[in-house]
Design a protein around this ligand. Structure first.
Ligand code: MTE
Ligand code: LUZ
Ligand code: MOS
Length: 775
């Protein structure tokens, strides 16, 4: 292998991590050459599948006539629950998630049968022709209805600390109210897809767009009544996952595999956008009832919240989502006496699932809403009330669930942002503007973020990797994480290149494959680079150690003195090009590949008491947003946003800034324009981009200043970096509260605008009317 033009650097100057590098597939992305699951060349004889969906929210199935489906052009076969060779279940934790409806349907969009045909279009046309008779049952659609009916998919969660009752009695002021925060569709650009190819002797290869290949492997094996070793799942990349492909790729993988097993032919199941939105779960909407006591300075003395999530018809990941919501209700604030409840309301809607933040955003926004109200009630700037309640460093530093915070930088980070965004000067300018502007009103808000990093299910915090050094000196890495655009492969390549002293172009990463690294966790909880980076580092270090031993044996000196940098191995005063040493090592029969493993240390969690040390560390951030609202139409615009995010010692600042920007805009969409709306019969009416509005480029602020906070992880994370995938989704709380601030100016900041999320134009007008009526 040729290593052209690499400058000779000293060991100290050489690094492959901590530097801005383009995404490993950036060029392929823009050239249209990056292969997604649907781009894999189809095997001869491939059939195409479509799902037949329930048209009722809650009903017994009286009869299903599939003859009209079979009679459609191109149809090869139709499969129902009776055709599933193994278990009819694709639930990730609790087994309440049928692949195909069995006698009862529980939401509009629930799959009842699989039709396979000679083309995608023929399969879709045929799927609509079934004649299904239902006996309707009463549906429960909203979290409020679920709460009233005590309809839950899991026992409610309860976290208590201190003595709320006594603290309320001491509190001079109390704020009490309700809030509704809507859900969100993941809207990955590449929809759900699986392509199942039968192999010899019960083998099944499933190419699948998934964040969780190992779980797809297990679900497919169960559905087929086979062992895990029969099933291989592979994913080179996703066109976005955002949590929507953590558990809910399973239905598609299992359906394609069932059809492939039954027909004996390769089967591709690609959801079109409407079906994808009708069938799969979304971010949970939350309904909150809160009561918070505080003193004259705005310090919170007692906080009580009861959250009800819309779980949908089955448990899916709602338990861990609710747990994360409970563990993020504190956000950046010390709450001495708390009583936090969360109930996963069972409703006749899609089974809600992971979405970037995983309940964290829903937990934290409630306390931010309350703090916003306290500030208005006291006539103070909300930033001052926030600061008043921040976690301390030596005291007031234990979370309600018992973890002591040892890495708190929220004070410094917020102070830096307050300065750099000129928060105080702009606050004054906005007050002046609003006094002379009767229709257009501006608003400003600064909101902080603290986000716990680790799966809150402890055993999931593990990862594996393989590093192969080939005889020509080129390196191939395989790890258990999946690439969904977030740049995990780029970061893992950097980590391996760093260990072996190579430039990035000598390292390549292959598709995630259950036959390479076994028993992997989902790429989720923002831990992908943390876990797989460490596992790959472990593997690379083992190879490096063998090479160092060999080099010292060959050239003298201590193995511990051998250095790897500048694409060469430096031993006893000599520099040997990496490929040359590798070649010699191979001939000397040195093992040039290795596995690696990592398990995050120090984690514990007791679900019964809801206490322990669930997070490895916390990531911090803050953002300032300035908006202008048209009080006659409810239209608004984000004029400027400043975000400061703590990525520790960033592995790749370019990728991390991209993650912060993307999460900010995605979170802004959740809180403003993206509205999920079900009709009275429980049919999701916003199931396409025509009716569901995600942010476009014109919604991004012209003035968008994203920076990384200078920091270093106090935990021994991979190169002292911090996770970046999810936490910045909470930064656009500042947009929501800036809108609320603008609305509040209509009443001279005397009345708390009752603003639910998403703050659509209609919701903004409703809140303005309420403020005017109360002023
Ligand atoms: N970025 C892109 N471009 N696409 C995605 O689907 N998913 C987010 C985040 N950033 C996502 C993304 C979610 S939900 C998670 S949990 C993390 O990436 C997962 O990747 P990581 O752990 O490697 O950061
Ligand atoms: N916990 C968590 C989880 O914090 N984030 C996740 O994505 C997750 N997924 C499954 C189970 N627990
Ligand atoms: Mo992300 S919601 O943890 O996949």
């Amino acid at each position: 292998m040729n290593y052209p033009g690499t400058p000779e650097l000293s060991a100290a100057a050489w690094t492959a991590v901590g530097v801005a590098r383009p995404h490993e597939s950036a060029e392929l992305h823009v050239l249209g050459q990056a292969a997604y699951t649907d781009d894999i060349p189809e095997v001869q004889g491939t059939l195409h599948a479509a799902l037949g969906l329930s048209s009722k929210a809650h009903a017994k199935i009286v009869s299903v006539d599939l003859a009209p489906v079979r009679a459609m052009p191109g149809v090869v076969d139709v499969y129902t629950v009776a055709d599933i060779p193994g278990t009819n279940d694709c639930g990730p934790i609790i087994h309440d998630d049928p692949i195909l409806a069995d006698g009862i349907v529980q939401y509009v969009g629930q799959p009842i049968f699989i039709v396979v045909a000679d083309s995608h279009t023929n399969a879709r046309r045929a799927a609509r022709k079934a004649v299904i008779e239902y006996e309707e049952l009463t549906p429960i659609l909203t979290p409020q209805e679920a709460k009233a009916a005590q309809s839950y998919v899991l026992p409610p969660l309860h976290l208590k600390r201190g003595d709320c009752q006594a603290a309320f009695e001491r509190a001079p002021h109390v704020v009490k109210g309700q809030l509704f925060v809507g859900g969100q569709e993941q809207f990955y650009l590449e929809g759900q897809i699986a392509y199942a190819i039968p192999k010899e002797n019960k083998g099944m290869l499933v190419q699948c767009s998934t964040q969780h290949p190992s779980e797809m492997q297990h679900v497919v094996a169960h559905a087929l009544g086979r062992h895990s070793h029969h099933v291989t799942v592979e994913c080179r990349r996703m066109g976005g996952g955002f949590g929507g492909k953590e558990s809910q790729s399973a239905l598609w993988a299992a359906s394609a595999a069932i059809a492939a097993a039954k027909s004996g032919r390769p089967v591709k199941l690609r959801a079109d956008r409407d079906d994808d939105m009708m069938v799969t779960g979304k971010r949970h909407c939350f309904y909150y009832e809160y009561e918070v006591g505080y003193d004259d300075s705005g310090k919170i003395l007692a906080a009580k919240v009861d959250m009800t999530l819309r779980a949908g018809f089955s448990a899916d990941l709602s338990g861990p989502v609710a747990t994360r919501a409970v563990c993020h209700f504190d956000n950046a604030y010390y709450l001495s006496d708390v009583d936090i409840r969360a109930g996963c309301g069972k409703t006749n809607t899609q089974s809600n699932t992971a979405f970037r933040g995983f309940g964290g955003p829903q937990g934290a926004i409630a306390i931010e809403y309350v703090i916003d109200e306290i500030a208005r009630n006291l006539g103070r700037d909300p930033l001052d009330i926030r600061r008043q309640n921040f976690y301390g460093k030596e005291e007031r530093n234990q979370t309600p669930y018992g973890q002591v915070i040892v890495d708190n930088v929220i004070g410094e980070l917020t102070a830096e942002l307050e300065q750099s965004s000129e928060y105080r000067a702009r606050r004054k300018a906005i007050d002046d503007f609003n006094r002379s502007s009767p229709v257009l009103k501006k608003g400003l808000a600064l909101t902080p973020v603290k986000f716990g990093i680790a799966f809150n299910v402890t055993h999931l915090n593990q990862a594996g990797a393989l590093v192969h050094v080939y005889v020509d000196g080129s390196v191939l890495v395989n790890h258990g994480g999946t690439e969904m655009g977030q740049g995990i492969n780029t970061k893992v390549m950097q980590v391996v290149a760093h260990e072996l002293g190579l430039d990035l172009e000598h390292v390549r990463i292959t598709a995630t494959d259950t036959s390479k690294v076994a028993n992997t966790s989902a790429t989720a909880a923002s831990t992908g680079a943390d876990l797989n980076g460490k596992a790959a580092q472990d593997a690379a270090r083992k190879v490096r150690q063998r090479l160092a031993d060999f080099a010292a044996k060959l050239h003298g000196g201590e193995a511990s003195g051998v250095q790897f940098h500048s694409n060469a191995v430096h031993v006893n005063g000599q520099s040997i090009p990496f490929p040359d040493l590798v070649q010699k090592a191979y001939l000397a029969r040195v093992q040039l590949w290795s596995d690696g493993f990592y398990a995050t240390p120090g984690l514990s969690w007791d679900p019964k008491t809801m206490s322990g040390h669930p997070f490895s560390y916390y990531a911090y951030g803050a953002a300032v947003s300035e908006v202008v609202v048209d009080t006659l139409t409810g239209e608004w615009k984000l004029l400027r946003a400043d975000a400061l995010y703590d990525a520790g010692q960033s592995l790749n600042p370019a990728i991390d800034i991209g993650q912060v920007e993307g999460a900010f805009i995605q979170g802004m969409g959740w809180l403003t324009t993206e509205q999920l709306w079900w009709n009275k019969a429980g049919r999701l009416m916003t199931h396409a981009p025509s009716t569901y509005k995600i942010p476009g480029i014109s919604d991004c602020p012209e003035d968008f200043r994203v920076r990384l906070f200078e920091n270093r992880n106090v935990e021994d994370s991979i190169h002292r970096s911090k996770a970046v995938g999810e936490p910045p989704l909470l930064l656009p709380f500042s947009v929501f509260f800036a809108i609320r601030d603008a609305i509040s100016s209509v009443g001279g900041h005397k009345v708390n605008p009752p603003l639910n999320a998403p703050a659509t134009s209609e919701e903004i007008l409703r809140a303005i009317a309420a403020v005017e009526a109360a002023s």
